[in-house]
Design a protein around this ligand. Sequence first.
Ligand SMILES: [Zn+2]
Length: 319
Amino acid sequence: MTKQRSLRVIDCMYTGREKVAAAFLLKEGDSAAIIETNTTHAVPHIMKALQEEDVQPEQVKWIIITHVHLDHAGGASALLAQCPNATLLAHPKAAPHMIDPSRLVNSAMDIYGEETFQELYGEIQPIAEERVRIMEDGEVLTFGERTLRFFYTRGHANHHFSIYDSHLNAVFAGDSFGIVYPQLQSKGLFTFPSTPPTDFDAQAAIDSVDNILATGATTVYPTHYGPVTALDAIGSSLRKQLAMFDEWIEEVDTSGRPDEELDDLFYKRVREHFDTMLQSLGVAKDDPWRVLLDIDCMLNGQGLAFAVKKRRYKRSKQK
Ligand SMILES: [Zn+2]
């Protein structure tokens, strides 16, 4: 390898689009780490980046997934197959799903159908247990002359951690520091919390944003899509929106609206909320990226609806 240390943001070309999902390559002396694996379809992009950075696949020591959602962990098995000396670092709640991905694959196939699943994620294989290492909350990994500190960041998902890099003074935040599509930043900051089913917890998500800021990092790398440096502005926007989502959950929960109406109800609210923000920034109605946000509105809507249904279910069990 030529340079001692470097960071490369790899565009995974998720769903065929530029700068939607990233993976990150850290070079440290004669070894390397990859954070995030996107899907199986991203592996050729990641391998090409290794080659361009003069890193041999054998030199990859760590492959790290922030959480188990398939646009982060879907490429892990295929990438480990290419990097024979790499160990996968995962949250204790994520690791079992990497060793036996059947539940993960089946539930995604139920949602998308087999054909769309293949198109989106490709083949996901079980990973040998001895190639997986569980990282505890607060655990510090020495990696050459730098340290990587893993800290749990719940809210978006229960199986989520973020990674603080001492050398870069940066956090790799997965989905815990909002979605910040670069294509929608030209008129001003546009960020939003990702609130998918089935673990979304607004208060935990606010705590995670605070914990990321409390590291003192000057840069954050959200997977969709870093780097970002306007950390205070992003943090306060996320906090505000998360508090609002929490109020929506509370209000809709007590409204008596039936469960089967909730996906649609929350989808419309999220869409309206995004449109209001984009309108005030002056982003055109027919901006293609604004249109593409519909997928995020749907996922966020489903997650908020799921949070209400979960509350109701829990209450019904207590009676
Ligand atoms: Zn996620």
